[in-house]
Design a protein around this ligand. Sequence first.
Ligand code: DX5
Ligand code: ZN
Length: 215
Amino acid sequence: MALIAPSILSADFLQLGKDVDMVNSSAADWFHLDVMDGRFVPNISFGLPVISAISRQAKKTLDVHLMIVEPEKYVQAFAAAGAHNLTVHIEASTHLHRTIQTIKAEGMKAGVAVNPHTPIHLLNDVIEELDLVCLMSVNPGFGGQQFIPQTLKKIQQLRQLINESNSNALIEIDGGVTLNNAKTIIDAGADVLVAGNTVFNAADPIATIAALKQL
Ligand code: DX5
Ligand code: ZN
């Protein structure tokens, strides 16, 4: 049974409070919050004030995924906004080890995200420090894209690295997760499934979250 993290990127921003309550009352485990800066990824989403507002109403872990350049500049600010998990991209942080330490010093769980083209072995020297690895199963920037099948092989490689290094890191899969492929992704070794389009464009989001949770 995996943890389920609905991605608020696919919520209806005109009625965000209603969608936050829907997730609160569902079987979901985390809120997945995608911050995009229009530089690291070709899209701009939402930032600190929106996360602060969500944190006042959310009753579950806030899992914040930074798709921004120089994420180290904003670690304290996201802690103050209510983030519980803070994930930065390996491709965006020059001094990644230091960034991870700063996230943990601020009392948050530290995550690193890797793009589809980034090999798992680049995590070798930080894996023991991490609480979470977010494997991008689409190129980041947009919801509703197709799952990249190569990710399944990367999940297995990451599971092997985690086992060999005595790391406690959770494996999170982000992008293109559907009711059709979720079981295969869990069987490959995923601990956390992010789901945006699959949850928020479903006729019954609560039932869809329950169905993902039961896999
Ligand atoms: C993509 C984001 C994802 C996105 C997933 O850049 O990081 O979290 O919201 O959306 P779906 O589940 O629709 O692919
Ligand atoms: Zn994400």
